[in-house]
Design a protein. Structure first.
Length: 175
């Protein structure tokens, strides 16, 4: 299963990814900021000239959207593309994630924990495993030192906490 209907709406793009090729085990999930809107980002990812994409898009409100299957390589982190799942969050550098965005990312990370053994911990370098952020990759990941921004990087512990409560629909949390 590489489309994730329990956590995201499928909205496949037609360009800017490679079928197959993701390394296993996955290192984790990388947070990005769109520097714009979900709609504009989807259009840009569908433009063959852009040569960029991400696995997921996360609007400020509403459902997480999946653009690329998780077994396919999205073009989001340059050298990290084959090791990391990527999520572009609607907004601009300096924004914090909305409650909806935090919940969407937490559900995605929870899914990755259950089905791909991604650990629920912070990743601060490309060599680590867990929840990372684009800037941690430095120049080899495109040199985007402000992505996704300090406020979102600071929200990673909240995302991890919520991801720990995510369960597949067939395995509810019991008290």
């Amino acid at each position: 299963m590489t489309w994730l209907p329990t956590v995201a709406v499928s909205r496949p793009i037609a360009h800017n990814f490679i079928h197959g090729g993701m390394h296993k085990p996955l290192h984790g999930l990388v947070l990005h900021i769109q520097q714009g809107t979900e709609r504009g980002t989807f259009r840009w990812f569908n433009n063959p000239r852009s040569k960029v994409s991400a696995h997921f898009g996360n609007p400020k409100t509403g459902s997480l959207e999946q653009f690329v299957r998780i077994d396919d390589v999205a073009f989001a982190e340059a050298r990290g593309n084959r090791d990391w799942i990527s999520v572009e969050n609607e907004g601009v550098a300096g924004d914090a994630l909305t409650n909806s965005q935090v919940n969407n990312v937490a559900a995605l990370l929870g899914w990755l924990r259950w089905y791909r053994s991604v650990p629920l911990r912070l990743a601060n370098t490309p060599a680590e495993f867990g929840l990372g952020f684009h800037a941690m990759g430095g120049r080899p990941w495109g040199g985007h030192t402000g992505c996704p921004g300090a406020r979102i990087v600071e929200q990673r512990m909240l995302i991890l906490e919520r991801a720990g409560f995510w369960r597949p629909p067939s395995r509810p949390v019991s008290c």
